[in-house]
Design a protein around this ligand. Sequence first.
Ligand SMILES: *Cc1c(COP(=O)(O)O)cnc(C)c1O
Length: 385
Amino acid sequence: MDFQTKLTQFDPAPGDPLRPTSTPIYQAATFEQESPTEFGRYDYSRSGNPTRDVLQSQLALLDGGVSGFAFSSGMAAMATLASLVRPGEEIIVGFDIYGGTYRFMERVVKEHGVLIRHVDTTRIDEVEMAISPLTRLLLIESPTNPMLEISDLRALSKLCRQNGTWLAVDNTLMSPYLQRPLELGADVVLHSATKALCGHADLMAGALICKDTELADQLAFRSNALGTALGPFESFLLLRGMKTLAVRMEAQQRNAEELARWLRSSDEIVQTIYPGFSDHPGHALHFSQADGGGPVISVRLGTPERAAAFVQATRLFHTTVSFGSLCSTISLPYNMSHASIPEEQRQTKAFTPDLVRLSVGIESTNDLIRDLSDALNAVCRLQPC
Ligand SMILES: *Cc1c(COP(=O)(O)O)cnc(C)c1O
């Protein structure tokens, strides 16, 4: 089946004789057992829940893994994955990463005696130099957020395999509709399902998908031991949101492509960064491993004041920290989602305070362009270029 068909044509309630056409919410903490010595399929919802199980099968199917796991947030997924790394071992993390990932690695994982190293994974030679027998996990984003830089997923997979390191790709920005890292050789895919997978900005969830059964067993054990799994109601909502992933991403990406071109032609914008541009430095590589530029664009306004005025002046683009929703949003990553990343590190990637990130929704292209145009005119009046 093609991806679009997989999104809607699945068994929503395996084994249910009433044949509901959507997945029932098994809002139960416990399941009664046959007897004290004979157990049923489910006993306790932390360990297993029928609603979550349907979601997890869908997650595995869409990303091409053997097993999928749903968590209470993207960070809960990350914490569960990081718990596989022992004290004395090392995690290499890409340079331009989500602020919450940076904070978690530097201020939580490090405290448990795991070595954390930050490497520019767009440079394969730097990863080759950094990776060692101690390196248990390489965690990257591609495209990165907000700088939208591309790493070579096939080459990194190969390097990791030679070194006995797991490659985990945080695929939040692309979603499995546009990019499936397991097919390119990665060992684990991570999602903040709060973003594109859900698509409606109405729940928090995370996901891990892997293709090795032994790793899957370890993740299942840890999800249960740590208690990081997603509840039944959120599992239902996420399943519901995921059914429209393809149509949402298509519409969002189409809008993003048009808006990126429009922004680039505006005199008020110093730089427009979008992987869909054929002259983006990672364009060819990105399109060899993904099916589109995605819904996110970053622009530079020249000064932090102009950037703040622009974010403030948009009406349809709501100022929120998240992205990937079907509603257009806008943010200043420097002050918002990525405030936890130290100044020195941001500087090396030209991640400046005048950077604005737009996540494009499914609204009409004309209305979105008019909104951006009005906002830029307002910026010009307040902060002439
Ligand atoms: C939001 C985000 C996370 C964290 O996910 P939560 O659902 O907010 O816990 C991790 N990685 C990326 C790339 C994100 O954007």
